[in-house]
Structures are given as C-alpha cells and as structure tokens.
Write a protein of this length. Structure first.
Length: 360
C-alpha cells in the first residue's frame, strides 16, 4: 500500500471515530421573555443518523434569553452537526424555518475539554472538573437562532443563525392530531399571549405599547475588549466571580485567593484575564476580608450599561476598558465606573446587594 493511501485511510478512520464519539447531553430550547415559541417539527441531526427532536412544548422564556427549558432525551449521544427546525413565534403570529450546519468541531472540542470551576465545599476546596451537558437552541423574533453549549455555571455560544419565514400547507395541517394541531388555531395563539404564566402581566402591558425590538438579540452578541476590576476595602481578596452576559453566555471565574492557591488554573478562567466578552447583565462576586466571606450581586440597567459601552468604545472600537467595582469601607454598597479610551462613565442605575455571610 502506498504511504499516501495509508495516511488517507488512517485520517478517514480517525474522522469516523470522532463522528461516532458520544457524550452525555440533553437538548432544550430558549426564547426571550414575552416572546414564547413552539417547535412544530425538527431538531438536531448527527452525521451517524442520530436525531434529537426539539418538539418540547411551549417555551415561555420567563427565566431569560439563553435559559434552559425542559429536556426529553438526556443520555449518551453523538454530537449534532446540523439543525433543521420549523417553529412558531407567537408574538409575530408566524412560522420560521432554519436549516443549517452548526459548529460540530467546536462542540466536540468543548465536550472533550470540560472546564474547571471553583469549589464551594469546605471539605473539598480544590477546583473540580465539570462537563458540558446541555445543547440549548434559542429562538428570538425576526428568525434569530442561537445555539449554546452549557454546563453547571458555564454557557458558551456555539453560533448564530438566521431563519426564514415559513408557510405550512393546509393539507399538512389537516392531517395533524392534537395537541400539536392547536398551534394552528388563531384563538389558541391569542390565549397563549394572554396567559400570565407564559407572558407575565407586566410584559403583556409593555408589549401593547412597544414594537417588537427586531435585531436586539443580535446586538447582544457584540463584544468589547474589557475586564472587571474589583477594589475591595482593607485586606479583601476576591474568591469567585460569576458573570451573566446579555447574549446568554455565563461563566464562573477564579478570584485572586484561588489563583494564589492553585497555580494550574487555565488563564481563560482567571478573573483578571483580558479578553473580549459581551456586555454583562449581572455579576456576582465573593471575597474574603478578615476571615469573613462577603457576597456582592450587581444587576445592570440595560439601557445604561449598553450606552456606557457604546460611548467608551465609539471612537476606539478595538481599544480597552475596565469596569471598576469599588466596594465601600462598610462593605454594604459599591460604586461602578467604566473607564477606557480616555473616557470615564459612572454606572449609577444598577441594583447592588452585598451580604456578610457570617450573619446568616
């Protein structure tokens, strides 16, 4: 056998083995609050013929864009490389279809790597390995589709895709059985949007006066060169930082006390690693001060935080910035400043809560 043929066959075998490799995961769908969806048909497809349906019932999205819904088929399966779904957008009263390849190689790499996360156990303080176990497919108005890979405390965007409006032939509808046939009933669709368990009353009222913000969920995906900086009083030292981003991603990062203790923590999991994340929606930080553990939580005002980032990076889109969180001496409040590219903008409308855990 010639060497070239042997190499080709070897690579082919390796590729086939990778395509057949299985990981533990379950499927779920997501949508933004106020914009419920129902998958009519379709799901995730694998090269080996595997298929995982995304027909999972009505999803409300109450928990937020990127949040998980129900799952029907947790187990060891091959990784999908294709997405083909037809879904109903209740708020738009129309169907969309997406038929696209998805980033198989990226998902396989992440499934194999897993990730480290800080421990919350006093008896086992060492960082421990977690595995990704969810593939989430999000559907937003305008036909926006996003795929995430998620695990405990971590969610990574795999890709964004664009669906097209679809029409379901009447003869196909006539052959359907209930309950799936319900989604073709105009009264049923209206009742879904009036159901406070699916669309909360306050969102129903907002949607009456505001148009659907098409393109909003694509804008969430914009990323900037920034990092957070924490100014803690006395001898305070950060332990763990959790970021929730508007684009649906989230991550747990190791604080300085953990970095000092465990030298092998990957750089991308360190709190002070400058990278290019999206805009934060919420962050949580825990820190130690005189052997007392404090926990701070910040929920950003969407209009304010987006406006601040746009202003700081307007003239220097590839510049760098710091989001500086300075905790006061009483350790019951904090100030927030976005600084970079010659500009400083105070973030004043966030909801800030700080807890002294020794009191609970």
């Amino acid at each position: 056998m010639k060497l070239g043929v042997f190499i080709t066959l070897t690579l082919s075998c390796q590729n086939n083995n990778q395509m057949n490799e299985k990981f533990e995961w379950g499927e779920t769908i997501s949508c933004p609050p106020g914009y419920p969806v129902d998958v009519y048909r379709g799901g995730l497809q694998s090269v080996d013929g595997g298929f995982t349906s995304l027909y999972l019932g009505t999803h409300s999205g109450i928990e937020g864009w990127g949040s998980e819904g129900r799952s029907m088929s947790d187990g060891k399966k091959t990784v999908p490389n294709h997405l083909h779904v037809i879904w109903l957008s209740y708020a738009e009263d129309c169907f969309y279809e997406v038929d696209t390849d998805i980033d198989y190689e990226k998902m396989v790499k992440l499934f194999k790597q897993g990730y480290y996360t800080p421990s919350s156990s006093a008896s086992r303080p060492e960082p421990f390995k977690e595995k990704y176990n969810r593939i989430i497919v999000g559907f937003a108005p305008g036909g926006t589709v996003v795929v995430w890979l998620a695990g405990v405390g971590r969610q990574i965007e795999i890709g964004s895709y664009q669906g097209k409006k679809a029409t379901i032939p009447q003869d196909q509808i006539d052959q359907l059985d209930y309950p799936i046939k319900n989604i073709f009933d105009p009264e049923y669709r209206k009742n879904i949007l009036k159901n406070p368990g699916i669309v909360p009353k306050e969102i129903q009222e907002e949607n009456k006066t505001q148009p659907i913000p098409f393109g909003l969920w694509d804008s969430y995906r914009k990323k900037y060169n920034w990092k957070a900086s924490f100014k803690l009083p006395d001898n305070g030292i950060s332990k763990k930082i959790i970021f929730y981003y508007y684009n649906g991603e989230r991550e747990i990062l190791f604080g300085q006390s953990e970095i000092n203790k465990y030298v092998d923590i990957p750089s991308e999991l360190k709190w002070n690693n400058l990278k290019k994340p999206p805009i934060p929606k919420e962050l949580k930080i825990s820190w130690l001060n005189n052997n007392i553990l404090y926990v701070g939580e910040i929920a950003f005002n969407e209009k304010e935080i987006f406006s601040a980032f746009e202003e700081v990076f307007r003239e220097h889109p590839e510049g760098k910035a710091e989001l500086i969180i300075r905790v006061n001496n009483a350790q019951d409040d904090a100030s927030i400043l976005l600084s970079g590219n010659g500009k400083e903008i105070w973030i004043k409308d966030s909801v800030i809560e700080i807890f002294d855990t020794s009191k609970y």
